[in-house]
Structures are given as structure tokens and as C-alpha cells.
Design a protein around this ligand. Sequence first.
Ligand SMILES: *Cc1c(COP(=O)(O)O)cnc(C)c1O
Length: 414
Amino acid sequence: MSFVRGLKCRECGREYPVEPIYVCEFCFGPLEVVYDYDSIKKVMTIDKILSRPKSLWRYRELLPVDGEPVVGLNSGFTPLVKADNLAGVLGVKQLYIKDDTVVHPTLSFKDRVVSVALTKAREFGFDTVACASTGNLAHAVSAQGANAGFKRFIFIPATLEYSKIVASLVYEPNLIAVDGNYDDVNRLCSEIANKYKWAFVNINIRPFYAEGSKTHGHEIIEQLGWRAPDNVVVPCASGSLMTKIWKSFKEMKEIGVLKELNTRVFAAQATGCSPIVAAIKSNSDIIRPVKPDTIAKSLAIGNPADGYYATKVVKESGGYGEDVSDEEIIDAIKLLAKTEGIFAETAGGVTLAAAKKLIETGRIDRDKTTVICITGNGLKTQEALVGHTGQPYHIRPNLASFEECLKGIKKGGQ
Ligand SMILES: *Cc1c(COP(=O)(O)O)cnc(C)c1O
């Protein structure tokens, strides 16, 4: 059974029944899922949540599905790592990494949104799923769609990282590489979605899909012992994840499992594609589209669908935003690996590098609790590090050669 009341326009408030639709017919505002929190409050207690399997479906009353989930049974409940080594380097007291680089079948937070979107697509009766992707969504829809037995049309910018293309192709979807950037792909997909009766997870299924992101936030609250952090730093592409983390915190307060909410929400983007952070820094809610040019391809959306709402979250929560160069992204990937043993993709480098700047500029208080959202695994974007790591020591297969090498290592080694 579902606690969904329906869909509601975020602009004019007009309500709609649960259907595969995403824009208001009257004002063209985006639609959002609304719930009956009073009823959820009665059944969704801390004990009830704790009694369930450790997957994203443990928060199922707050997800827009009616029946049993068909995919994602092993997605979610990723570690919240207390990052003391990194905290020492950054000079802060309480630092946590919400680590979505592991556990998920395709090693990024996109498995959360895809689990919910595909379950909903099945409930709506679709036999074909599709998406416009910056990489991780392609991977997740290819994999989870294969498992659930959907036909799959996956649209990507042709310049995507080779490892993400291979990681998608192995599941044998119809992979369409478009000559253009993500914004071109997305525009094309909106046209295709109008014509073909497919479940485009981030177009006509978007209101349901986006709800899956909330579980990243629900888990942070649970893993902090039913407390909200003082600060959370979130990478932004379309801005959806950030708005949904905020929604998750608010609804956990609404249903009473969280007592206090004073979190500041901070946006992280690459300087080569920072339309949301640019708006935040100029204290505006007008998003000026840009042409992306950054190694953080998973975040390279120049015209972000939820950008306006992301700026509102930052304003409402008293947060801020920061953007970082490609060089800072690489340094941060290496810093996280060296201190915490976590290998993040370029988006993770963006988030950590932005957090570091926010700490250095005093926007994030060193004495408070901060959670950094790390959303994808570095094995997927290894190209970005080519030429930026050390080299292995080469030796001949004998002890003498090794010991000669060791002399060199003792002088300057790790
Ligand atoms: C998609 C993605 C995001 C954020 O996407 P939104 O469109 O802002 O929800 C963050 N990190 C990674 C690794 C992603 O793939």
C-alpha cells in the first residue's frame, strides 16, 4: 500500500493523480510526489525501520511505490564513514563521508533513483525503459533494467568516459551515443519521450525517480543516530539530489523520527560547469545556462532542471555553494584515497574540494558536524587520473633487483 496523495505542481500547487507525467499542464512547473505524512507517522517508527533489511526500501512508506519493489533489493544503506584522518587534514572536528561508491550494483548513487523509477515503470505497465544520462544513470538503467527484464534505450553524450560506456554496454542495452553534450541529449530525449511510449526515468518518470534520492538523506539521519548534521555538502548536476536530501531531512522531522533540523546545505560544482553555484554566489535564483567544460562529466549539466529549486534549498537552509577547478578535483580524489582509503569518481573530487574551500573560507564551521556526500566510484573515471598518479616500481624477477629498488624506496618512499 502506498501513502502517496498524488502529484503536485511545485509552482502553482495544482494536484494530479499518479501517472507518468512530469509537468503541470497549466503553468509548466515540475510535478512532485506528495505524501500523507499524518498516516505515515502512525506506522513508520524507528523500531519499524530498524526491523527491516538494510536496503533503500527500509524507508518504503516515503517512496512512491504501491506494491513490492522489483529492483534494488540490494541498493542503499551505504556506509557513513567517520572520516577522522581526513578531518585531521582539513582541521575540522566531526567529519563524515556518506559513501555511495560502494554497496550499489553499479557503484553510484544512481542505483537509488533507478530502483524506484523501474519499480514504478513496472507498476505503470511499461515494457521499455530509457534515460538521458551523464554516465552513471546509463550504467544503472542498463544493469537494473536487464535484471528486471526491460527493453532499454540509453542515450549518452558521445564523449562520455570509455569506462562508463563499456560498463553500460556489457548489459546489452540499446546504447545511443549522441553527437552533443548532455543538454543536447536531454532535449532530444524530451522529443522522443513525447513520441514513444517508454518510461524515460528522468523525463516522464522523473517525479518518482527523483524520490529515490531521498534515501541518501534518510540514511544519513539514521546513521548519525537519528540526528541531522550541521552541514551537508552535495554535488549538483541537475540539482535534484540536493533538493531531495533536503526533502528527506524535512520529512523525517515531519514524521517525528528526527527531533531537530538546523542543517545548512552546500552545493558543489566544477568551475567548468557551475550554473547553480554561480547563481548562489550572486545571490540570485536565476540560472544562466552554460556550456560544460570539465573532467567531472557526471555533473556536466549546463542547464539544470532543478537548479532554481537547488538555490532555494541553499537559501532556506543558510548554506552556500563552491566551485572547483579540474586540478582541485584531482587533488581531492587523491586526498580522499590517501586519508580514508575511498576511491571516488570525479564528482566526489568536486564535493570534497568544494567542502575544503568552504571550510577554509569559514562558511563551514570547523567545530560542527559535516557530512560530505560522495556519490560515485573512482574505478568508473580512471581516465581522469592518467598522468596524475605515481608510477609502479619496475624490477626484474629476482631478490637483488627488489632490494636495489627498496634502497630507492627507503630514501623517498611512502
Ligand atoms: C547524477 C549524479 C549526481 C547528481 O545529480 P543531480 O542531477 O544533481 O541529482 C551526483 N553525483 C554523481 C556521481 C552523479 O552521477
